[in-house]
Design a binder for this molecule. Sequence first.
Ligand code: FAD
Length: 284
Amino acid sequence: MTKIRDLLDGGRTFSFEFFPPRTDEAARELEKTIGELEPLHPSFVSVTYGAGGSTRERTRDVVVHIERDTGITAMAHLTCIAHTREQLVSLLEEYRAAGIQNILALAGDPPTDTVDFPHDLTYALELVRLIREVGDFSIGVAAHPELHPRSSSRDSDRRHLAEKLVEADFGITQFFFEAEPYLRMIDELAALGCTTPVLPGIMPVTNAKQVQRFAQLAGAAFPPHLAARFAAVADDPVAVRALGVEIATDLCRTLLDAGVPGLHFYTLNRSPATREVYANLGLS
Ligand code: FAD
């Protein structure tokens, strides 16, 4: 049992993110992926949580299974919007009882189809404080190098992020495709007196159209010069994957050279692209 804050104190971390599978077949696919990534000795892995609690049990079951049955440190994502305080406390108590020590505290996104939902907590910082009340968890929070889509200004975004990071143990970023926005964010946080480690989130592109859609939703820019390189090989899926791995490798190299505290890979429950980037970096 390991706390991510202790891992970060000890040096760089390398981590992978999964989402909870919806079907038996998807569960088998995830097991296979975990088995393929295990030899890379990840520092930890994390499992996402469906907005509004839609994957409450599935996220919990996958996190507990990974931690217990593989020995890999597993972190549960948790969102607070549209939850009562009691619902959050009860899930956190289940994690505490199961020996889970790491939680990624998120606001989540409000439902778009109704205003009739609990409003006990609104911001991730409130969840960080609630988690501290429930147990001695190591707590991560989300960071958006290219600003959170709901932020009214760069200044307010960075101020709220710094306040949240100061009370958390570490951050993990939304994915991004060029180092500059991440490095600028770290400088802006430092200027606000915040030096909490923030792990860059890496998404190797294996399907350019899909990633452009994700990027739009997440408020991340898909730079036109990269889009043009993908467009040039769009008819050849093998070339698209190879280009995605090359671009992710270059980004990781730049970030490692800049002294990042670790790398967090968005795997989409598949291992090959992440393994290839790892091999290119000489990490495997
Ligand atoms: P917050 O930190 O609360 O910020 C949300 C907005 O509110 C920002 O614009 C911020 O500037 C503003 N704000 C903060 N505090 C205040 C204040 N006091 N007053 C006014 N404004 C304020 N979503 C899921 O549903 N499930 C997941 O598993 C999941 N995992 C994620 C993992 C990572 C690494 C990242 C980067 C995102 C993840 N998300 C996930 C998405 C996340 O839930 C959304 O981005 C959500 O819209 C905001 O969450 P947050 O924790 O960043 O919110």
